[in-house]
Design a protein around this ligand. Structure first.
Ligand SMILES: [Zn+2]
Length: 602
């Protein structure tokens, strides 16, 4: 489907004569050879990134944003975003996105495999988006279903009926099949214009067979605009291995340059990168400021081919507008628009109708906060309400009670009360079938805290609903158990820290079940930080075997915990959210665990 959409684009280019080559497009007629300024046409891009299914206005700090005046304001919500998008649109506008639109979403979206979010984005006119790492949360096959339509293979159709597919193209130029078949190559060549041109064949040889459309071409005011989609090459470290086992995520810069050449071959000179990778900023800055610390996003923004005119980014959930230098010394835009639909990036520029290239000096960008002081769009409000009603019976179902707040904030050792609670629940759920002895939970998978007051309704009675529990554990990971030796378990714990061969990005303390204790030294070198491991108070020896429960993300080596892959005798159990909910059912009144299982020594 997506390939055929691409095919249509290329056929249109062929009909427009663009496929005849860039040279003829570039040639100036005698009338234009004088001093007359180039004739240009306006184009406006509106973009967003990391929407993460926030159809309802996000709450807490996720629903606030610093605006251009430095004030912190409430921001986000699909109906508000729709109003802002309408107000910001003119007849020259194309709407695009930079990935993580779905995955790790609130229940209103997740309960229906994110179909409501993808439908919303189509309704407001998004035409192309890069895939983000979270687009692969349920695997490549499910992403293809989201793109192309059809009912979920296990859960069936949503209450809205058969899913019709995304109204926009998902792009991933750096997502390649590991073992391309000949027919896949033929398919790719066919899709790229229906002709096995030498140039295209050479490109594919150098590059591999793309598993997603690498580019999309959209026409505006008589000129083609090429969009190149990219996703962070670290995706295999942060999504479940099984779902992407056939895919390779290659260097973003290399893939962008091949895609840029591809666009150039068919005469598309106005080139925009949509990349799901970005940088960190200093807190409290205006969304229009450039305080981004040069990192993985900046590397891409500065290194991709000078033919590329601007880089719209995502992934780090930050807002910034930067000007960077391209490899030929030209300047180009490098931007990001926060997350959760709180910011829309507007980019205005002009395209020379002769060269069909962006006039770089004309590029003007603005990050606009999606304030809630505007009237919410009535059509989108009604749409969100429909899904709210559909999910209400599931979301509002009480599953248990807590006696006080159970926060996901880490103590000095890196443990959090909620992390402990989740691990305790996993241990219980994996004991019978999987013979689990301890459980370990990755801290990044604990998405928010539980409050006694309850959220968002604030009932104030300590009741925990399924919806609240789901907000904590939204990934639909499977609970698994593997056997590790004591020495392997120690290696897993060493891999929490930076400086080892697993290249941990920053310290990530796994949340232990309450029956597992150990000590780590902050100053000891990597490999000898962890000591004194005990299960139920009994010392762990290097040679004993231990059944360790964890989610399938960790068991697959996620978050750089590569030693988990040495585990044997894999057992797969229930979904993590089901294990969590079952623990509430079995323990009617839960007091917050004390995060005192890890002792830190200097
Ligand atoms: Zn991401």
């Amino acid at each position: 489907m997506s390939w055929s959409m691409m095919s249509r684009s290329f056929q249109r280019l062929a009909m427009a004569g663009v496929l005849a080559g860039a040279g003829c497009v570039l040639a100036m007629g005698p009338a234009e050879a004088g001093n007359t300024p180039p004739k240009t046409v306006p184009v406006r891009l509106l973009s967003l990134n990391d929407f993460h299914g926030n159809l309802e206005p996000p709450t807490g700090s996720s629903g606030r944003m610093v605006d251009e005046t430095g004030a912190t304001v409430d921001a986000g919500g699909a109906a508000y975003a729709a109003t802002h998008l309408k107000q910001m649109s003119d007849k020259n506008t194309l709407k695009v996105a930079q990935g993580d639109l779905i995955g790790a979403t609130p229940l209103i979206s997740a309960a229906f495999h994110d179909e409501p979010s993808v439908e919303f984005l189509g309704k407001v006119g998004v035409t192309a988006s890069a895939v983000g790492n979270h687009e692969f949360d349920e695997g490549y096959a499910e992403l293809r279903r989201i793109m192309n339509g059809g009912c979920h293979p296990v859960d069936g159709c949503s209450p809205a009926g058969e899913w019709k597919g995304a109204d926009y193209s998902y792009l991933g130029a750096n997502v390649i099949f590991k073992r391309p078949t000949q027919s896949a190559e033929r398919q790719a060549l066919d899709a790229l214009g229906g002709k096995n041109t030498t140039a295209l064949r050479d490109l594919l040889k150098e590059y591999g067979i793309p598993a997603l459309p690498p580019v999309a071409i959209r026409w505006m005011n008589g000129v083609p605009i090429g969009f190149i989609g990219l996703v962070t090459q670290t995706t295999p470290n942060i999504v479940t291995a099984e779902g992407i086992k056939d895919l390779e995520f290659i260097d973003e810069v290399k893939a962008a340059n091949v895609a840029s050449k591809l666009l150039r071959i068919v005469g598309v000179r106005a080139q925009v990168v949509l990349v799901h990778e970005g940088d960190q900023v200093t807190a409290g800055q205006s969304p229009d400021a450039c305080s981004a610390q040069p990192g993985a996003g900046n590397r891409i923004a500065t290194q991709v081919d000078a033919e590329i005119d601007m880089i719209l980014s995502g992934h780090s959930h930050q807002a910034y507008l930067c000007t960077v230098t391209d490899p030929k010394g030209g300047t180009r835009l490098y931007s990001q628009g926060g997350s959760f639909g709180r910011v829309i990036t507007k980019v205005d520029f002009r395209v020379d109708v002769k060269t069909r290239d962006v006039v770089r000096s004309s590029v003007v960008a603005d990050n606009q906060v999606v304030t809630r002081t505007v009237t919410p769009d009535p059509e989108i409000s009604a749409f969100v309400q429909t899904w709210k009603d559909r999910v209400a019976s599931v979301a509002n179902k009480p599953i248990g009670k807590i006696t006080a707040d159970i926060p996901n904030t880490a103590s000095a050792s890196g443990e959090s009360p909620l992390g402990n609670l989740i691990a305790d629940g996993q241990l219980v759920a994996a004991k019978t079938g999987g013979n689990a002895q301890i459980a370990l939970m990755n801290p990044g998978g604990v998405r928010t805290g539980l409050t006694y007051a309850g959220s968002p309704a604030g009932e104030g009675d300590g009741v925990v609903t399924y919806g609240e529990a789901f907000a904590v554990q939204p990934f639909n990971n499977l609970l698994q158990v593997v056997t590790l030796t004591g020495a392997q378990l120690k290696t897993v714990l060493e891999q929490q820290f930076t400086g080892g061969p697993n290249n941990q990005a920053f310290t990530k303390i796994l949340q232990p079940s309450s029956n597992f204790t150990y000590t780590y030294s902050a100053s000891a070198p990597w490999g000898s930080k962890v000591s004194n491991m005990k299960i139920d108070g009994v010392d762990v020896t290097d040679t004993q075997t231990i059944r360790v429960a964890a989610n399938n993300f960790l068991v697959g080596g996620g978050d750089a915990f590569l030693a988990f892959r040495d585990g044997t005798d894999l057992w797969s159990g229930p979904l993590d959210i089901d294990a969590f909910a079952a623990y509430f059912a079995a323990n009617p009144s839960i007091t917050p665990p004390v995060p005192n299982h890890i002792t830190v020594v200097p």
